[in-house]
Design a protein around this ligand. Structure first.
Ligand SMILES: Cc1ncc(C[n+]2csc(CCOP(=O)(O)OP(=O)(O)O)c2C)c(N)n1
Length: 631
């Protein structure tokens, strides 16, 4: 019988001897590799924190003591030993275990995440609430070195240093964000764990072990400082010490002999402490060690080779967008591209290969990315930001205040617009249409297919002000890609078919199912007009009021939040133009947080499918005769 099969909670974990922990770690790695090879997931991050997670639950009294995981995508070991072992095979599946930490799922999940950089702030709040409520538990926040590129982490550290309550931040340093980590902080961390430094820092770790309460710590500090001033180097952890933290480390994150006693020790310290733990992303699975970037969030793969299980499919929206961008960048040297730690996901890694000096990965710093782009634009450049819809949420103010108010030509290539899939609630691109369409000066586009996308990329680069194009996760429809890129008339929709019974006004990923539904309805003798709106802003009021007033009922379709989204824009437009007495149904993401599952399954859930549109049309149909139609 495996050790893992006996672990239903950390109480069971604590029954194991320390010598059994490496075997358990091996079994857990095996389980994680097995499940992710079938369902995909955040493999490399998870393989890197197996020992750290076991050590934390071994030493601390969870769930009474609270572990807050930044981003929450590294919680697989945590899940396996906190009651979710038997359901773990449902990871990321519809209705199954989430790929992220989720309070709804377990009392061991203290704070939900999915976006990076929220951990320290969440930990500060949990510790402050504990003190206000007179409770006694420990608060441990685990953040990656990638999260240290996120401004929010410093806002949290700054506050923690000020409040000065007892709390432990564990810096899980694997030198990787999704890609290799970037920037000065990353270089700083690297300096603390390399060369001669590491030698005596390891010695320091031993001293911490042997440290005598109250005397050991000050002694260590003196030793540090003396050594450093002699060498003229920076103190390891000085940055964190200046922020009010006691810094301990770096320590080896895969060695229980170091992890367990040091965690026990730092858990007893008062005030804010930061423990620097060095881990290896992908440890235990050679393909993930070799390519931690692909295995950061991988699709299902063949275990024995590590090769992705892929059918041959049309090119992804991402690749079409970036190819078009590269083509335009060859002609215009003012075009530069910016990513916030998502070079691979947004396809901008290809741009980086083509134009290394015109590409910027600024780290998990969406706010900086947008203001940086705005300022480049203010000086005559043509910056393009490749960003997932969900992560653009973090930079809303910068879009308004720095880009739009100054009417600067920053072009947002918004990937993963609409329902994503297995990443679930925190990653759906539900809101971009709603939060961009009310900003003056902003152009908001969404293509019906990958061919239109490449033309929109070209179009966006011709606009002398803020512009965006949003496209879905996944592969295109398989349409032919035109060779020449031609700008689309700004603010003009496309009438795909005419018909006076019902008008389906669709946007982006809503267009293809609208066309299919219309074909089915037409085969039943119902006359259907279909509009590919293309633009949410400027809005094609002329076309849409015309088509709507010709029809007896209107259906709007979008792969975005209904509240304030494209359908709302249609309603506003019709009201503003006194097109009344038409039955209108809107299809899109309802006012709930949609969960995880295959993209098509989630679209079915929301009715953003040919079937869903057909059903709504049929519901409307019997009422046609009773409706007073404006014409
Ligand atoms: C705001 C935000 N931007 C981008 C991402 C995409 N993302 C997910 S994990 C990750 C890297 C995190 O690196 P690190 O904090 O070091 O954790 P690791 O996965 O290496 O353990 C990124 C960029 C995100 N989740 N949130």
């Amino acid at each position: 019988m495996s050790l893992l099969s006996s672990i239903n909670s950390p109480t069971d974990l604590k029954k194991l001897s320390i010598n059994q922990l490496p075997t358990l770690a091996e079994e857990i790695r095996e389980q994680i590799i097995d499940v992710t090879s079938k369902v995909g997931g955040h493999l490399s991050s998870n393989l890197g924190v197996v020992e750290l997670t076991l050590a934390l639950h071994y030493i601390f009294d969870t769930p009474n003591d609270k572990i807050v995981w930044d981003t929450g995508n590294q919680g697989y070991t945590h899940k396996l030993i906190t009651g979710r072992r038997e359901s773990f095979h449902t990871l990321r599946q519809f209705g199954g275990v989430s790929g992220f930490c989720k309070r709804e799922e377990s009392e061991f999940d203290v704070f939900n995440a999915g976006h990076a950089g929220t951990g320290v702030s969440a930990g500060v709040g949990v510790a402050e609430a504990r003190d206000l409520l007179g409770q006694k538990h420990k608060v441990i926040t685990v953040v990656g070195d990638g999260a240290l590129t996120s401004g929010m982490t410093y806002e949290g550290l700054n506050h923690a240093g000020m409040i000065h309550h007892d709390s432990l931040v564990i810096l899980n340093d694997n030198a990787m964000s999704i890609s290799k980590n970037v920037g000065a902080i990353s270089a700083y961390l690297n300096r603390t764990i390399t060369g001669t430094f590491a030698t005596w820092v390891k010695a320091e770790a031993k001293m911490v072990l042997k440290s005598i309460p109250r005397i050991g710590e000050p002694l260590l500090k003196v030793a540090h400082r003396a050594k450093e001033s002699a060498k003229g180097l920076i103190l390891p952890g000085l940055l964190f010490e200046e922020l009010g933290f006691r810094y301990v480390g770096p320590i080896e994150g895969h060695d229980f002999d170091q992890l367990l006693p040091i965690l026990e020790h730092v858990g007893k310290l008062s005030g804010p402490t930061l423990l620097h733990v060095v881990t290896k992303k992908g440890l235990g699975y050679e393909p993930a060690r070799k390519d931690p970037v692909w295995f950061h969030a991988c699709s299902p793969f063949d275990r024995s080779t590590g090769e992705p299980k892929k059918a041959s499919t049309p090119p992804s929206y991402t690749s079409v967008a970036i190819n078009a961008l590269i083509r335009q960048a060859k002609k215009d040297s003012r075009i530069v591209a910016i990513t916030a730690a998502m070079a691979g996901g947004t396809g901008l890694d290809h741009f980086a290969e083509a134009f290394p000096s015109r590409f910027y990965d600024v780290g998990i710093a969406e706010q900086h990315a947008v203001t940086f782009a705005a300022s480049l634009a203010s000086q005559g450049m043509r910056p393009v930001i490749g960003i997932y819809s969900t992560f653009l949420q973090r930079a809303f103010d910068q879009v308004v205040h720095d880009v739009a108010v100054q009417n600067l030509p920053v072009f947002f290539c918004i990937d993963r617009g609409g329902l994503v899939a297995e990443d679930g609630t925190t990653h759906h691109g539900a809101y971009d249409l709603a939060f961009l369409r009310h900003i003056p000066n902003m152009t908001v586009m969404a293509p019906k297919d990958e061919n239109e996308l490449q033309h929109m990329i070209h179009t966006g680069l011709t606009i002398d002000g803020p512009a965006s194009v949003r496209y879905p996760r996944g592969n295109g429809l398989g349409v032919t890609l035109d060779h020449a890129l031609i700008p689309i008339p700004i603010g003009k929709g496309e009438l795909l078919s005419s018909g006076g019974d019902i008008a389906i006004i669709a946007l982006g990923a809503g267009v293809a199912p609208a066309v299919q539904a219309a074909q089915r309805l037409k085969s039943e003798g119902i006359a259907v007009a279909v509009v590919n709106a293309r633009f949410v802003k400027p809005f094609d009021a002329e076309l849409i009021t015309h088509v709507a007033s010709e029809a007896k009922a209107v259906i709007t379709v979008e792969d975005g939040a209904l509240q304030g989204g494209f359908g709302s824009a249609v309603l506003e437009c019709l009201a503003d133009h006194d097109v009344n007495n038409i039955r209108i149904k809107r299809i899109g993401i309802p006012d709930i947080f949609v969960g995880q599952g295959p993209q098509q399954r989630l679209r079915e859930q929301c009715g953003i499918t040919a079937d869903g549109i057909y059903r709504v049309a049929k519901e409307l149909h019997p009422t046609f005769e009773n409706v007073l139609v404006t014409s």
